[in-house]
Design a protein around this ligand. Sequence first.
Ligand code: SF4
Length: 234
Amino acid sequence: MRINEIFVSIQGEGPNTGVPTTFVRFQGCNRSVACKWCDTLYAFDPQGGLERSVEDVVNEVVGYRGASGVNNVCITGGEPLMQLDDFKQLVSQLDTRSLDVEVETNGLSVIPRDCDTFVKHWLCDLKLPGSGVPTPTVEWPQYLELRSEDAIMCIAADTGDLDWLEKQLWSLSRPMLELLRAQIYVHPVWGALDLRQIVSWLLGHGALFQSLGVKVRVGTQLHKHIWPVGQRGV
Ligand code: SF4
């Protein structure tokens, strides 16, 4: 499989924010045009990276656990589900070695539900208009299948993105809302939107979200508060 990089850091996003984590970054993304704010363009080209075997990757991850006790593994990209057969083998083997696995996916690929047993958290992007999607729509069936331990990740570039997300949630019927179990994390494009604007938006709509029964959280990219923006391997 094509792998861009493997490194140990802390998880900067989602339910495991702050948890020491080994990141396995798959090479290649299936977006026709990169998201405007993509911070991993170096993993976009499917031909880039290095060819690695599943066994080789598992051994490296297990080695990091032996050296530093890191038990959480984040499979990310690019888009890891583009290399589905290898992906399935990898999460299965990591599970066999009692590693905790979470997976970041961009929302374009169908999540393989037969891997649920190996994946503790799916972090599934929901792309807002500010990402540059030409005609943004939400494929709700995919999001409604997520579990309560999974996360829908929304990256807002401006307040228009926040308004758009709110409208999408309003458009859901009551039966659909009852199926929406995953937590929704909204975090800013770094440097484009102030965290306080998201907090203000969330507090201003708290009663609405409660009436809809949706769990919306303010998120951030913790690693960008710690290391210089653009630094790789963190
Ligand atoms: S989906 Fe992810 S990897 Fe692909 S362009 Fe967008 S941010 Fe970058």
